[in-house]
Write a protein that binds this ligand. Sequence first.
Ligand SMILES: CC(C)(COP(=O)(O)OP(=O)(O)OC[C@H]1O[C@@H](n2cnc3c(N)ncnc32)[C@H](O)[C@@H]1OP(=O)(O)O)[C@@H](O)C(=O)NCCC(=O)NCCS
Length: 245
Amino acid sequence: MKPDHLIPDPFPDLAKGEVHVWKCALPQDTSDLAGQFDMLSGDEQERADRFKVERPRRQFIIARSTLRSLLGRYLNRLPSEIIFRTAEHGKPELHYPEGRLQFNVSHSQELVLLAFSRSAPVGIDVEWLGGTADHSDVAGRFFSGREQSQLQALPPADRPRAFMECWTRKEAYLKARGFGLSRDTRTFSVSITGSAGEVLFEDNDDPSALDSWSIHPIQLEQPADYCAALAAQSPLETVKCLCLW
Ligand SMILES: CC(C)(COP(=O)(O)OP(=O)(O)OC[C@H]1O[C@@H](n2cnc3c(N)ncnc32)[C@H](O)[C@@H]1OP(=O)(O)O)[C@@H](O)C(=O)NCCC(=O)NCCS
């Protein structure tokens, strides 16, 4: 089975100033991933085969084949014609066809999110809410003082979700800028509760970022046990969420 048959027809236009966020659930029946696997390049197939654990392998195959399908539609190319290159800290970018289409991918448990924009760099992050990590310990090591104070001010029952909301906003921002986790996550602060456009509070390494980057919480609705955020270089007019089931 290939992801192509899930892609809507007509395919939506991606306007300037707009970001498309595609949501894709990992298929329950994974007995036949051959179609998706065949869509990958030789390097990607080798990478898929190096995974020792089943779920990350499945996530990678589904995410990469879906990325190829969607890029193919946006760029009017066959999925197999797309060639990626990797930027300094590991962010995949388009090498062929040349152009300014920007994208980013995130996967967690059974969900994949893919973000696309015409020219603004984008970063996306999705996290499953069912983990058992000690939130206060992780926040103490990776959140700025300002973020830790916001978290502590919330009722204890609200903190696990707020922690994850905060984490996805931070990671989306770092992914949009291409740093990934190579950058110290305590050098900038996001708001835990603010809405789109008000989420980035301060960036000690780049104070001008408040004018040039924005972070948007993504309301997934379904499935309920995930949270997600998108970051993009401003100005950004619309974030449109689309589903591939
Ligand atoms: C990118 C990173 C934040 C991913 O975190 P994660 O929560 O495990 O994974 P997610 O599912 O949200 O995102 C993974 C996807 O992000 C993309 N990605 C990888 N590096 C990225 C970066 N620096 N910036 C933006 N996106 C990146 C990839 O598409 C990757 O998926 P793929 O490998 O299947 O193609 C983390 O792995 C990281 O920081 N890696 C870089 C490490 C680094 O700094 N290395 C330095 C030496 S190059």
